[in-house]
Design a protein around this ligand. Structure first.
Ligand code: SF4
Length: 339
């Protein structure tokens, strides 16, 4: 438990949190939408500082980040809590724990201990993931500062709902992010997630401006966000606002949590979505949880660059100068020539 950052005191001991776009106003004794920030006698505190609920060594490809030190390990950490309530959340047991179980579990692990564990395991990065890292900002920030001193990169896997104020504070330490673009209709965000689309788009653009390496993920859910026109609109946004080198991961949905009456995404939907992304001008579009190729090819000449299956890299042909060995076209990303 620790005093939170990024909040203001209002009249009558109420507080307003400026960590995410919900900007909750919280009465004394109350909690924000995420349920992990509490107004205690007019002071906002975070209930998840040093309360680690998950830590694993994952391939960076699992985040997914395909253009950031491919083949490296990401020391992956999370606390309980989320500012979204997606009906299809795969990690709802920990993301919705404070809201649904009215408790916050976690092991007391300091930022220094996380960095030491990441270094001992040989990881190239620390990934703040599984739940929404925005809601454990103070913990992730303190860890990220120490990680940078230890020459370990920092990666957010996020829903993109943080404020520009939070991102301004974090960005000197944040190297890469995978941002979920869960739909391209505000109505879907409101109905299924309890949020809005525009703040996510704003975050994506700001991350790009700040020089953070960004990859985008969209989980394709039948009849919810897989309309071709919606996907064309999303692809156009990524190309025009984030650039054609931005990787777009299009994953298959499988029934889970509160969305068990929707069938798995047909392979054909992923194929069509990939075609839409490429037709819009994106250089790197990948299918996830599917039979689609996971490999990276040169967008200019088609040469195989990084041969992947699932999260495993079989061959990396990218030159030491991060170019295609056949035609010399630059390969977008960071550390693409990792061996
Ligand atoms: S992080 Fe977001 S959801 Fe949580 S209290 Fe702050 S504004 Fe509300």
């Amino acid at each position: 438990m620790k005093e939170a950052q990024l909040w203001e005191r209002l009249a009558e001991d109420r507080v307003r949190c400026h960590l995410c776009a919900h900007r909750c106003t919280i009465q004394p004794g109350g909690h924000g939408i995420c349920q992990v920030r509490e107004n205690r006698n007019g002071t906002l505190i975070t209930l998840v500082y040093e309360q680690l609920i998950a830590q694993h060594v994952d391939p960076i490809e699992k985040k997914p980040l395909f253009h950031f030190h491919p083949g490296s390990g990401a020391y992956s950490v999370a606390t309980a809590g989320c500012n979204f309530r997606c009906a299809w959340c795969q990690n709802h047991d920990i993301s919705q724990m404070p809201r649904e179980q009215h408790r916050i579990l976690g092991q007391t692990v300091s930022p220094k201990q996380i960095v030491e564990a990441a270094r001992a395991s040989g990881c190239r990065s620390i990934a703040y993931t599984y739940t929404e890292p925005t809601v454990f900002f103070e913990y992730s920030y303190d860890t990220a500062v120490l990680a940078q001193e230890a020459h370990i990169a920092n990666v957010y896997v996020t829903n993109g709902y943080m404020t520009d104020t939070m991102l301004a504070q974090l960005h000197p330490y944040l190297d890469a992010a995978n941002v979920d673009l869960k739909a391209f209709r505000d109505s879907t965000y409101r109905e299924y997630i309890g949020a809005r689309l525009q703040p996510v788009l704003d975050t994506l653009k700001l991350m790009k401006q700040l020089g953070i390496w960004v990859e985008v993920t969209t989980l394709l859910i039948p009849d919810l966000n897989d309309d071709p026109q919606e996907l064309r609109d999303a692809a156009r946004f990524v190309v025009e606002e984030l650039g054609p080198d931005t990787p777009w991961h299009l994953s298959r949905f499988f029934p889970t949590y509160k969305l068990t009456d929707v069938p798995p995404t047909p392979e054909a939907t992923v194929t069509r979505a990939i075609e839409i992304g490429k037709a819009a001008g994106l250089h790197y579009v990948y299918g996830g949880n599917s039979r689609q190729s996971q490999s990276t090819t040169c967008h200019n000449c088609g040469e195989m660059l990084v041969q992947r299956m699932g999260y495993t890299i079989f061959k990396n042909h990218v030159t030491a100068e991060s170019t295609c060995p056949a035609c010399g076209t630059p390969v977008a990303g960071f550390g693409m020539n990792s061996r």
